[in-house]
Design a protein around this ligand. Structure first.
Ligand code: CTP
Length: 405
Protein backbone atom coordinates (compact mmCIF):
# COMPACT_ATOMS: atom_id res chain seq x y z
CA UNK A 1 0.00 0.00 0.00
CA UNK A 2 1.35 3.40 -0.90
CA UNK A 3 -0.69 5.87 1.08
CA UNK A 4 0.93 8.55 3.12
CA UNK A 5 -0.46 8.34 6.65
CA UNK A 6 0.41 11.96 7.30
CA UNK A 7 -2.27 12.72 4.73
CA UNK A 8 -5.01 10.59 6.27
CA UNK A 9 -8.25 12.51 5.74
CA UNK A 10 -11.89 12.40 6.80
CA UNK A 11 -14.30 11.84 3.94
CA UNK A 12 -18.09 12.02 3.97
CA UNK A 13 -19.40 9.90 1.11
CA UNK A 14 -22.99 10.76 0.26
CA UNK A 15 -25.02 8.28 -1.78
CA UNK A 16 -28.33 9.13 -3.44
CA UNK A 17 -30.92 7.00 -5.22
CA UNK A 18 -29.42 5.92 -8.51
CA UNK A 19 -28.75 2.50 -9.99
CA UNK A 20 -25.07 3.58 -9.93
CA UNK A 21 -25.19 3.53 -6.09
CA UNK A 22 -23.36 0.21 -6.08
CA UNK A 23 -20.32 1.95 -7.57
CA UNK A 24 -20.00 3.98 -4.36
CA UNK A 25 -18.71 0.76 -2.77
CA UNK A 26 -15.62 0.92 -4.96
CA UNK A 27 -15.08 4.64 -4.23
CA UNK A 28 -15.28 3.93 -0.49
CA UNK A 29 -13.03 0.87 -0.78
CA UNK A 30 -10.31 2.85 -2.58
CA UNK A 31 -10.44 5.68 -0.04
CA UNK A 32 -10.28 3.27 2.89
CA UNK A 33 -7.40 1.34 1.34
CA UNK A 34 -5.42 4.58 1.13
CA UNK A 35 -5.89 5.13 4.85
CA UNK A 36 -8.72 7.68 4.78
CA UNK A 37 -11.61 7.55 7.20
CA UNK A 38 -14.93 7.34 5.38
CA UNK A 39 -18.41 7.95 6.77
CA UNK A 40 -21.31 7.22 4.47
CA UNK A 41 -24.52 9.19 4.42
CA UNK A 42 -27.33 7.60 2.44
CA UNK A 43 -30.66 9.00 1.32
CA UNK A 44 -33.80 6.87 1.66
CA UNK A 45 -33.86 6.12 -2.05
CA UNK A 46 -30.16 5.15 -2.06
CA UNK A 47 -31.08 2.39 0.38
CA UNK A 48 -33.42 0.93 -2.24
CA UNK A 49 -30.32 0.18 -4.34
CA UNK A 50 -27.68 -0.82 -1.76
CA UNK A 51 -27.93 -1.44 1.97
CA UNK A 52 -26.31 0.59 4.75
CA UNK A 53 -24.79 -2.69 5.93
CA UNK A 54 -22.77 -2.90 2.71
CA UNK A 55 -21.31 0.56 3.24
CA UNK A 56 -20.76 -0.04 6.93
CA UNK A 57 -18.84 -3.21 6.12
CA UNK A 58 -16.59 -1.42 3.61
CA UNK A 59 -15.93 1.67 5.75
CA UNK A 60 -16.05 0.21 9.26
CA UNK A 61 -18.32 3.11 10.26
CA UNK A 62 -22.01 3.24 10.96
CA UNK A 63 -23.95 4.77 8.08
CA UNK A 64 -25.96 7.94 8.63
CA UNK A 65 -29.35 7.55 7.02
CA UNK A 66 -32.00 8.78 9.41
CA UNK A 67 -32.64 12.16 11.02
CA UNK A 68 -34.32 10.79 14.06
CA UNK A 69 -32.14 7.88 14.99
CA UNK A 70 -30.69 8.42 18.47
CA UNK A 71 -32.96 11.33 19.48
CA UNK A 72 -31.42 14.75 18.77
CA UNK A 73 -29.54 13.42 15.81
CA UNK A 74 -29.55 16.68 13.89
CA UNK A 75 -26.67 17.89 16.07
CA UNK A 76 -24.86 14.77 14.85
CA UNK A 77 -25.23 15.86 11.25
CA UNK A 78 -23.78 19.25 11.97
CA UNK A 79 -20.88 17.54 13.72
CA UNK A 80 -20.25 15.35 10.71
CA UNK A 81 -20.38 18.45 8.49
CA UNK A 82 -17.56 20.04 10.47
CA UNK A 83 -15.72 16.71 10.91
CA UNK A 84 -15.37 16.30 7.11
CA UNK A 85 -12.28 17.31 5.16
CA UNK A 86 -14.31 16.72 2.00
CA UNK A 87 -17.89 15.77 1.14
CA UNK A 88 -18.28 13.59 -1.95
CA UNK A 89 -21.71 12.79 -3.34
CA UNK A 90 -21.50 9.83 -5.70
CA UNK A 91 -23.85 9.13 -7.35
CA UNK A 92 -25.83 12.38 -7.23
CA UNK A 93 -29.31 12.38 -8.81
CA UNK A 94 -30.89 15.32 -10.66
CA UNK A 95 -33.23 15.70 -7.68
CA UNK A 96 -30.33 15.97 -5.24
CA UNK A 97 -28.49 18.52 -7.40
CA UNK A 98 -31.65 20.62 -7.68
CA UNK A 99 -32.35 20.49 -3.95
CA UNK A 100 -28.77 21.33 -3.04
CA UNK A 101 -28.87 24.32 -5.37
CA UNK A 102 -32.17 25.48 -3.90
CA UNK A 103 -30.87 25.10 -0.34
CA UNK A 104 -33.23 22.36 0.85
CA UNK A 105 -32.39 20.57 4.10
CA UNK A 106 -34.83 17.68 4.02
CA UNK A 107 -32.29 14.86 4.36
CA UNK A 108 -29.17 14.38 6.51
CA UNK A 109 -27.03 14.57 3.35
CA UNK A 110 -28.49 17.93 2.31
CA UNK A 111 -28.02 19.24 5.86
CA UNK A 112 -24.37 18.19 5.82
CA UNK A 113 -23.80 19.79 2.40
CA UNK A 114 -25.39 23.03 3.61
CA UNK A 115 -23.50 23.10 6.88
CA UNK A 116 -20.03 22.01 5.83
CA UNK A 117 -17.12 24.35 5.18
CA UNK A 118 -15.23 21.50 3.47
CA UNK A 119 -15.03 21.26 -0.34
CA UNK A 120 -17.94 19.41 -1.94
CA UNK A 121 -17.47 17.12 -4.94
CA UNK A 122 -20.54 15.98 -6.84
CA UNK A 123 -20.57 13.05 -9.28
CA UNK A 124 -23.90 13.19 -11.13
CA UNK A 125 -25.54 10.06 -12.56
CA UNK A 126 -28.85 10.15 -14.40
CA UNK A 127 -30.67 9.64 -17.68
CA UNK A 128 -28.96 11.61 -20.48
CA UNK A 129 -31.99 13.80 -21.19
CA UNK A 130 -32.31 14.63 -17.50
CA UNK A 131 -28.61 15.52 -17.44
CA UNK A 132 -28.73 17.79 -20.48
CA UNK A 133 -32.06 19.31 -19.38
CA UNK A 134 -31.64 23.05 -19.12
CA UNK A 135 -32.80 23.08 -15.49
CA UNK A 136 -30.25 20.46 -14.41
CA UNK A 137 -27.51 22.29 -16.27
CA UNK A 138 -28.53 25.58 -14.63
CA UNK A 139 -28.36 23.92 -11.22
CA UNK A 140 -24.91 22.51 -11.95
CA UNK A 141 -23.68 25.86 -13.24
CA UNK A 142 -25.04 27.69 -10.20
CA UNK A 143 -23.41 25.24 -7.80
CA UNK A 144 -20.11 25.39 -9.73
CA UNK A 145 -20.11 29.17 -9.49
CA UNK A 146 -20.53 28.82 -5.72
CA UNK A 147 -17.37 26.69 -5.57
CA UNK A 148 -18.88 23.19 -5.64
CA UNK A 149 -16.71 20.76 -7.64
CA UNK A 150 -18.17 18.40 -10.21
CA UNK A 151 -16.86 15.30 -11.86
CA UNK A 152 -18.69 15.02 -15.14
CA UNK A 153 -20.62 11.86 -15.99
CA UNK A 154 -19.44 9.72 -18.87
CA UNK A 155 -21.03 8.93 -22.18
CA UNK A 156 -22.29 5.42 -22.74
CA UNK A 157 -25.17 3.05 -22.34
CA UNK A 158 -27.38 3.95 -19.40
CA UNK A 159 -29.37 1.68 -17.11
CA UNK A 160 -32.60 3.13 -18.51
CA UNK A 161 -31.74 1.69 -21.92
CA UNK A 162 -30.85 4.94 -23.66
CA UNK A 163 -27.37 6.06 -24.56
CA UNK A 164 -25.70 9.42 -23.92
CA UNK A 165 -23.96 11.46 -21.24
CA UNK A 166 -25.18 10.54 -17.77
CA UNK A 167 -23.29 7.46 -16.61
CA UNK A 168 -21.51 7.94 -13.28
CA UNK A 169 -17.82 8.76 -13.72
CA UNK A 170 -15.52 5.82 -13.18
CA UNK A 171 -15.02 5.18 -9.41
CA UNK A 172 -11.26 5.43 -9.98
CA UNK A 173 -11.73 8.96 -11.40
CA UNK A 174 -13.95 9.93 -8.44
CA UNK A 175 -11.21 8.65 -6.17
CA UNK A 176 -8.53 10.70 -8.00
CA UNK A 177 -10.67 13.85 -7.90
CA UNK A 178 -11.37 13.34 -4.18
CA UNK A 179 -7.70 12.83 -3.39
CA UNK A 180 -6.82 16.03 -5.22
CA UNK A 181 -9.21 17.95 -2.96
CA UNK A 182 -7.80 16.50 0.26
CA UNK A 183 -4.10 16.47 -0.52
CA UNK A 184 -1.60 19.19 0.24
CA UNK A 185 -1.79 21.31 -2.92
CA UNK A 186 1.91 22.10 -3.11
CA UNK A 187 1.89 21.83 -6.92
CA UNK A 188 -1.17 24.04 -7.35
CA UNK A 189 -0.73 26.39 -10.30
CA UNK A 190 2.30 24.45 -11.58
CA UNK A 191 2.29 23.07 -15.10
CA UNK A 192 4.05 19.75 -15.20
CA UNK A 193 5.02 17.92 -18.39
CA UNK A 194 5.83 14.22 -18.05
CA UNK A 195 6.91 11.67 -20.63
CA UNK A 196 6.11 8.02 -20.09
CA UNK A 197 6.41 4.60 -21.64
CA UNK A 198 8.49 3.33 -24.53
CA UNK A 199 8.68 4.66 -28.05
CA UNK A 200 8.28 2.32 -31.01
CA UNK A 201 10.47 2.61 -34.05
CA UNK A 202 8.89 0.88 -37.04
CA UNK A 203 10.79 -1.66 -39.15
CA UNK A 204 7.82 -2.37 -41.41
CA UNK A 205 4.03 -2.10 -40.94
CA UNK A 206 3.97 -5.02 -38.46
CA UNK A 207 7.30 -4.86 -36.60
CA UNK A 208 9.11 -2.33 -34.49
CA UNK A 209 12.10 -1.80 -32.19
CA UNK A 210 11.16 -0.87 -28.63
CA UNK A 211 12.03 -1.69 -25.02
CA UNK A 212 10.48 -3.21 -21.89
CA UNK A 213 9.17 0.03 -20.39
CA UNK A 214 5.60 -0.24 -19.03
CA UNK A 215 5.18 3.50 -18.41
CA UNK A 216 4.22 2.83 -14.77
CA UNK A 217 6.76 5.29 -13.34
CA UNK A 218 5.56 8.09 -15.63
CA UNK A 219 1.91 7.34 -14.80
CA UNK A 220 2.72 7.29 -11.06
CA UNK A 221 4.38 10.71 -11.43
CA UNK A 222 1.36 12.04 -13.34
CA UNK A 223 -1.08 10.76 -10.68
CA UNK A 224 1.03 12.24 -7.92
CA UNK A 225 1.44 15.64 -9.60
CA UNK A 226 -2.31 15.71 -10.29
CA UNK A 227 -3.10 14.73 -6.70
CA UNK A 228 -0.96 17.61 -5.46
CA UNK A 229 -2.76 20.18 -7.59
CA UNK A 230 -0.65 20.43 -10.76
CA UNK A 231 -1.92 20.87 -14.29
CA UNK A 232 -0.44 17.78 -15.88
CA UNK A 233 0.32 16.81 -19.48
CA UNK A 234 1.69 13.38 -20.32
CA UNK A 235 3.31 12.61 -23.67
CA UNK A 236 3.51 8.88 -23.93
CA UNK A 237 3.89 5.67 -25.85
CA UNK A 238 1.84 2.56 -24.98
CA UNK A 239 1.07 2.42 -21.24
CA UNK A 240 0.24 -0.53 -18.99
CA UNK A 241 -1.57 1.57 -16.39
CA UNK A 242 -4.16 4.30 -16.77
CA UNK A 243 -3.81 8.04 -16.46
CA UNK A 244 -6.41 10.08 -14.56
CA UNK A 245 -9.00 11.47 -17.00
CA UNK A 246 -8.20 15.04 -15.94
CA UNK A 247 -4.62 14.71 -17.06
CA UNK A 248 -3.96 15.80 -20.65
CA UNK A 249 -2.75 12.75 -22.56
CA UNK A 250 -0.82 13.04 -25.82
CA UNK A 251 -0.13 9.69 -27.44
CA UNK A 252 2.87 9.26 -29.70
CA UNK A 253 4.57 6.32 -31.39
CA UNK A 254 8.13 7.23 -32.33
CA UNK A 255 10.94 9.12 -30.59
CA UNK A 256 10.72 11.77 -33.32
CA UNK A 257 7.02 12.33 -32.51
CA UNK A 258 7.81 12.50 -28.81
CA UNK A 259 10.57 15.02 -29.53
CA UNK A 260 8.21 17.28 -31.48
CA UNK A 261 5.43 17.11 -28.89
CA UNK A 262 7.72 17.66 -25.91
CA UNK A 263 9.40 20.69 -27.47
CA UNK A 264 6.05 22.14 -28.57
CA UNK A 265 4.58 21.76 -25.06
CA UNK A 266 7.67 22.89 -23.16
CA UNK A 267 8.33 25.93 -25.35
CA UNK A 268 5.08 26.78 -27.17
CA UNK A 269 5.44 29.48 -29.82
CA UNK A 270 4.11 32.66 -28.24
CA UNK A 271 2.48 30.75 -25.37
CA UNK A 272 3.27 30.00 -21.76
CA UNK A 273 5.50 26.99 -21.30
CA UNK A 274 5.58 24.56 -18.41
CA UNK A 275 7.22 24.83 -14.99
CA UNK A 276 8.61 21.32 -14.75
CA UNK A 277 9.55 18.65 -17.31
CA UNK A 278 10.12 15.07 -16.16
CA UNK A 279 11.53 12.76 -18.82
CA UNK A 280 10.49 9.37 -17.48
CA UNK A 281 10.00 7.85 -20.94
CA UNK A 282 12.27 5.11 -22.20
CA UNK A 283 13.04 6.73 -25.53
CA UNK A 284 14.50 4.32 -28.08
CA UNK A 285 18.03 5.48 -28.80
CA UNK A 286 18.04 4.04 -32.33
CA UNK A 287 15.58 3.62 -35.18
CA UNK A 288 15.78 1.71 -38.45
CA UNK A 289 17.25 3.95 -41.12
CA UNK A 290 14.46 2.91 -43.50
CA UNK A 291 10.95 1.71 -42.71
CA UNK A 292 9.83 -0.87 -45.26
CA UNK A 293 6.48 0.17 -46.79
CA UNK A 294 5.29 -3.46 -46.92
CA UNK A 295 5.73 -6.40 -44.57
CA UNK A 296 9.19 -7.92 -44.93
CA UNK A 297 8.61 -11.55 -45.93
CA UNK A 298 10.75 -14.30 -44.46
CA UNK A 299 11.17 -15.70 -47.95
CA UNK A 300 13.01 -12.48 -48.86
CA UNK A 301 16.62 -11.65 -48.06
CA UNK A 302 17.17 -9.64 -44.89
CA UNK A 303 20.66 -9.80 -43.49
CA UNK A 304 20.61 -6.80 -41.19
CA UNK A 305 18.70 -3.69 -40.26
CA UNK A 306 20.68 -0.48 -40.47
CA UNK A 307 20.06 1.76 -37.46
CA UNK A 308 20.46 5.49 -37.00
CA UNK A 309 20.49 7.44 -33.75
CA UNK A 310 17.36 9.21 -32.53
CA UNK A 311 17.52 12.77 -31.26
CA UNK A 312 18.10 13.03 -27.51
CA UNK A 313 15.03 14.87 -26.21
CA UNK A 314 16.38 15.52 -22.73
CA UNK A 315 19.59 16.93 -24.17
CA UNK A 316 17.63 19.20 -26.53
CA UNK A 317 15.52 20.49 -23.62
CA UNK A 318 18.61 20.94 -21.47
CA UNK A 319 20.41 22.97 -24.12
CA UNK A 320 17.37 25.15 -24.73
CA UNK A 321 16.97 26.03 -21.05
CA UNK A 322 20.67 26.02 -20.12
CA UNK A 323 20.79 29.80 -19.63
CA UNK A 324 17.46 30.42 -17.92
CA UNK A 325 17.21 27.11 -15.99
CA UNK A 326 13.53 27.28 -16.76
CA UNK A 327 11.59 24.94 -16.79
CA UNK A 328 13.00 22.67 -14.12
CA UNK A 329 14.37 19.60 -15.85
CA UNK A 330 14.37 16.09 -14.43
CA UNK A 331 15.81 13.12 -16.28
CA UNK A 332 16.23 9.43 -15.59
CA UNK A 333 19.31 7.24 -15.94
CA UNK A 334 18.84 3.52 -16.43
CA UNK A 335 21.89 1.33 -15.96
CA UNK A 336 22.76 -2.32 -15.38
CA UNK A 337 26.13 -2.22 -13.54
CA UNK A 338 27.21 -1.39 -9.98
CA UNK A 339 25.79 1.34 -7.73
CA UNK A 340 28.95 3.42 -8.07
CA UNK A 341 28.69 3.30 -11.87
CA UNK A 342 25.04 4.29 -11.70
CA UNK A 343 25.79 7.33 -9.54
CA UNK A 344 28.69 8.35 -11.79
CA UNK A 345 26.55 7.95 -14.89
CA UNK A 346 23.72 9.94 -13.27
CA UNK A 347 26.18 12.75 -12.44
CA UNK A 348 27.54 12.72 -15.97
CA UNK A 349 24.00 12.90 -17.44
CA UNK A 350 23.11 15.72 -15.02
CA UNK A 351 25.97 17.80 -16.48
CA UNK A 352 25.82 16.69 -20.09
CA UNK A 353 22.05 17.19 -20.42
CA UNK A 354 21.90 20.36 -18.24
CA UNK A 355 19.37 18.86 -15.80
CA UNK A 356 18.41 19.83 -12.24
CA UNK A 357 17.85 16.28 -11.06
CA UNK A 358 18.58 12.78 -12.36
CA UNK A 359 16.70 9.77 -11.05
CA UNK A 360 19.08 6.85 -11.36
CA UNK A 361 17.85 3.27 -11.29
CA UNK A 362 18.74 -0.23 -12.44
CA UNK A 363 16.89 -1.85 -15.33
CA UNK A 364 16.35 -5.04 -13.29
CA UNK A 365 14.71 -3.06 -10.42
CA UNK A 366 12.44 -1.02 -12.64
CA UNK A 367 11.25 -2.45 -15.93
CA UNK A 368 7.66 -3.67 -15.93
CA UNK A 369 7.53 -3.76 -12.12
CA UNK A 370 5.21 -2.03 -9.63
CA UNK A 371 8.22 -1.11 -7.49
CA UNK A 372 11.61 0.48 -8.02
CA UNK A 373 14.75 1.51 -6.14
CA UNK A 374 16.25 4.86 -7.12
CA UNK A 375 19.01 7.33 -6.37
CA UNK A 376 18.19 11.03 -6.61
CA UNK A 377 21.22 12.95 -7.85
CA UNK A 378 21.15 16.74 -8.00
CA UNK A 379 23.62 19.59 -8.31
CA UNK A 380 24.31 19.77 -4.58
CA UNK A 381 26.83 16.95 -5.02
CA UNK A 382 24.90 14.64 -2.70
CA UNK A 383 22.65 11.74 -3.60
CA UNK A 384 19.67 10.23 -1.80
CA UNK A 385 18.76 6.57 -2.04
CA UNK A 386 15.09 5.60 -2.02
CA UNK A 387 15.05 1.88 -1.24
CA UNK A 388 12.66 -0.49 -2.97
CA UNK A 389 9.09 0.73 -2.70
CA UNK A 390 5.94 1.17 -4.78
CA UNK A 391 6.38 3.51 -7.76
CA UNK A 392 3.73 5.86 -6.35
CA UNK A 393 5.91 6.29 -3.26
CA UNK A 394 8.95 6.94 -5.49
CA UNK A 395 6.86 9.53 -7.35
CA UNK A 396 6.08 11.25 -4.03
CA UNK A 397 9.80 11.39 -3.19
CA UNK A 398 10.73 12.74 -6.63
CA UNK A 399 8.12 15.50 -6.47
CA UNK A 400 9.12 16.35 -2.88
CA UNK A 401 12.63 16.84 -4.19
CA UNK A 402 11.46 18.86 -7.21
CA UNK A 403 9.83 21.34 -4.82
CA UNK A 404 13.18 21.88 -3.14
CA UNK A 405 15.08 22.56 -6.39
N1 CTP B 1 16.32 10.32 -23.30
C1 CTP B 1 15.84 11.23 -24.23
N2 CTP B 1 16.00 11.01 -25.55
C2 CTP B 1 16.65 9.91 -26.00
C3 CTP B 1 17.15 8.98 -25.06
C4 CTP B 1 16.98 9.21 -23.71
O1 CTP B 1 15.24 12.22 -23.83
N3 CTP B 1 16.78 9.72 -27.31
C5 CTP B 1 16.15 10.62 -21.88
C6 CTP B 1 15.36 9.59 -21.09
O2 CTP B 1 14.00 9.91 -21.08
C7 CTP B 1 15.97 9.70 -19.72
C8 CTP B 1 17.40 10.12 -20.00
O3 CTP B 1 17.42 10.63 -21.32
O4 CTP B 1 15.37 10.72 -18.96
C9 CTP B 1 18.46 9.05 -19.87
O5 CTP B 1 18.13 7.94 -20.63
P1 CTP B 1 19.05 6.65 -20.62
O6 CTP B 1 18.45 5.62 -21.54
O7 CTP B 1 19.39 6.24 -19.23
O8 CTP B 1 20.41 7.14 -21.20
P2 CTP B 1 20.85 7.70 -22.58
O9 CTP B 1 20.92 9.16 -22.48
O10 CTP B 1 20.01 7.14 -23.67
O11 CTP B 1 22.34 7.18 -22.67
P3 CTP B 1 22.94 5.67 -22.56
O12 CTP B 1 21.87 4.79 -23.16
O13 CTP B 1 24.17 5.74 -23.34
O14 CTP B 1 23.16 5.45 -21.10
Amino acid sequence: MDYDLSEKRKVVLGITGSIAAYKAVEVARQLVSYGHEVRCVMTDSAQKFITPLTMQSVTGNKVVSDFWEGGSAEIGHIEIASWADVVVVAPATADFVAKLNAGFAESPLLVICLATKAPILIAPAMNCNMYTNVKTQENIQALRSRGVFFIDPEEGELACGSSGVGRLADPQEIFYATRRLISRADFKGKRVLITAGPTREPIDPVRYISNRSSGKMGVALAREAYRRGAEVTVIHGPLKSELPRSVKSVEIVTAQEMYEQVLAHAFPAGGIGVDVVIMAAAVADFRPKETAPNKIKKSGVLKSIELVKNLDILLALGEKRAKTRNPLLIGFAVETGEIEDLINEARAKLERKHCDLIVGNFAQDAFDLETDRVWLVDRSGKQEEVSTTHKSRIATKILDRVLKL
